[in-house]
Design a protein around this ligand. Structure first.
Ligand SMILES: Cc1cc2nc3c(=O)[nH]c(=O)nc-3n(C[C@H](O)[C@H](O)[C@H](O)COP(=O)(O)OP(=O)(O)OC[C@H]3O[C@@H](n4cnc5c(N)ncnc54)[C@H](O)[C@@H]3O)c2cc1C
Length: 485
């Protein structure tokens, strides 16, 4: 225990922006996952210099620290295991520069995703990656998780829309990865940083690409009586050479929950619905919409509707974006699984998800980025029922096993964090993990920057994450040592 760290933090950010009060700390114990841990302190720096000073103070006192955006992460990335200091980006929320000629903006990490598009739409521009949480999640969190979104099928995920990042390294130095132009010589450190879940440093400025809004958008809703027919449509559309801007699927249980919640106009008796959005010049968007309609019908859709106006389009998207929240109407607690499969394997893996639900006696709703093959089975459970959570975690692990077996991956966009670190061994061998650990050590040799995330503990995939939090056994020795204060 090193005396005086909190006083040093207060010296950097001021007493109004640092806290050790139990009531305050409780708000920073969690993100959108099931994991919990109490931080030693929370600090809210307002500038890169303050972030660097906070990191240096933590390093000198041998205290772990973790950056936090909006806390919507779904894998425990911002959870301060081991009594880490939470470095909140909430005050670094300014859009610093908008450069329409070069189609870029420079923003602070605490800027909310949707605020970027809101600030540039009068210029006919947008920031494309649009996670369903975009009304609250931050660009710092998006970078850390390499977040995807509803319109990432045609345009790519966060890493495709970030040109550069200023970071504070885990030692407290300030460095730039990439910049305002397309390619930086030397190693692609920006590529390494994006998706590193806050373990390689803290982003303090971000250069994002801005993309012109397309002239025409057509949004179709295809309704199916059979889940497999909907899945088949997804691969048929892409096989036909059409890359929609968005291609989303929801099954019966999620449609029913959404309808109860926001009345988006989805048919509650359908086995599945697809939202398919095509964009481009008016003629090409029309052509693509006609082709999609035709494919949906040939694959067995019972109905294909097109949004007649912006209000109807927005209602459809409100339905999709409310899907996770709507689950709260079905169950007090639910667990969001996240895996990827080749889209041609959708029928097979969705059937496996259904079997797993029956086997574990759990209700599972599916709402997901079907075009990317990015599954989100939402597993309903009862937190108050002994053993229900552990059963849920085991079911989620079985689903991930199927994803890997089908040639996919254990995470599509939510990251590994705490929740899935023990599932890394499903996908990676020792040599792969060693390479990643060496890379982490090159950036973060003292392992104080968001320690113990991503890398497997000694436990096996499918055991309860809560158990791990209670008995920290992470490969990272840092977790086991007494936090410094
Ligand atoms: C309802 C709902 C819907 C969602 N939909 C999607 C979706 O469609 N697509 C998707 O990809 N995700 C989705 N998510 C997950 C989540 O919103 C994203 O992962 C998001 O990017 C997290 O941003 P955040 O600001 O909340 O980050 P946090 O949860 O605060 O942090 C996430 C990680 O980022 C790190 N971090 C935060 N700021 C920085 C920084 N400045 N520098 C370095 N590391 C940092 C943290 O340490 C942590 O490891 C959804 C979540 C919810 C609750």
């Amino acid at each position: 225990m090193k005396a005086g760290l909190f006083e040093r933090l207060v010296g950097v950010v001021g007493s109004d922006h640092a806290t050790m009060r139990a009531g305050d700390l409780a708000n920073y114990q969690y993100d959108g996952s099931a994991d919990r841990a109490t931080p030693r302190a929370v600090v809210m720096p307002a500038s890169t210099a303050e972030v660097a000073a906070v990191v240096r103070a933590c390093v000198e006192c041998d205290c772990p620290f973790v950056a936090r955006g909006a806390g919507t992460g779904l894998s425990g990335g911002a959870v301060p295991e081991g009594g880490a200091v939470v470095i909140s980006m909430a005050r670094m929320c300014n859009i610093l520069e908008i450069d329409p000629d070069n189609r870029l903006a420079v923003v602070e990490p605490g800027v909310v995703n949707a605020h970027i598009t809101n600030a540039v739409k009068h210029l006919g521009l947008q920031f494309v990656p649009d996670p369903s949480s975009q009304a609250v999640c931050t660009i710092g969190g998006n970078i850390a998780e390499n977040s995807g979104g509803l319109h990432c099928l045609a345009y790519g995920v966060t890493s495709h829309h970030v040109l550069g990042c200023e970071i504070v390294t885990p030692q407290g130095d300030i460095a730039w990865l990439g910049g305002k132009t397309a390619d930086a010589p030397g190693y692609d450190l920006l590529g390494v940083f994006i998706g590193s879940e806050g373990t390689l440093g803290i982003a303090t400025k971000v250069v994002v690409k801005l993309t012109p809004v397309r002239q025409a958008t057509r949004t179709l809703l295809a309704v199916y009586d059979d889940l497999a027919a909907a899945s088949l449509t997804v691969s048929e559309i892409v096989a036909a050479g059409i890359i929609p801007a968005a291609l989303e699927m929801m099954d019966r249980l999620s449609v029913q929950a959404i309808e109860e919640f926001v009345h988006a106009g989805f048919p509650t008796d359908a086995a599945a619905v697809l939202i398919i959005e095509v964009e481009g010049l008016p003629e090409s968007a029309l052509e693509a919409a006609v082709a999609v309609r035709d494919l949906c019908a040939r694959c067995g859709a019972r109905e294909v509707r097109e949004a007649r106006d912006t209000a109807e389009r927005e209602r459809i998207w409100l339905g999709r974006k409310s899907a996770f929240g709507a689950m709260g109407r079905l169950s007090k607690s639910y667990y969001v699984a996240d895996g990827v499969i080749p889209r041609t394997k959708l029928p097979e893996v969705l059937a496996a998800v259904e079997r797993i639900g029956a086997e574990y006696d759990l209700r599972i709703a599916n709402v997901f980025h079907a075009g990317d093959g990015n599954l989100h089975p939402l597993i309903a459970f009862d937190d108050r029922k002994e053993g229900d959570y552990d059963k849920t975690v085991a079911a989620a692990a079985d689903i991930l096993r199927h994803c890997v077996k089908a040639g996919g991956s254990i995470s599509g966009e939510h990251g590994i964090g705490i929740e899935k670190r023990d599932c890394m061994t499903l996908q990676y061998g020792d040599a792969d993990l060693r390479l990643m650990a060496n890379l982490k050590a090159a950036f973060n040799p003292a392992a104080l920057c968001n320690p113990a995330k991503i890398f497997p503990t000694k436990r096996t995939c499918g055991e309860s994450g809560r158990l791990q939090a209670a008995v920290p056994q992470a490969a990272d020795a840092r977790l086991v040592s007494e936090p410094a204060f």
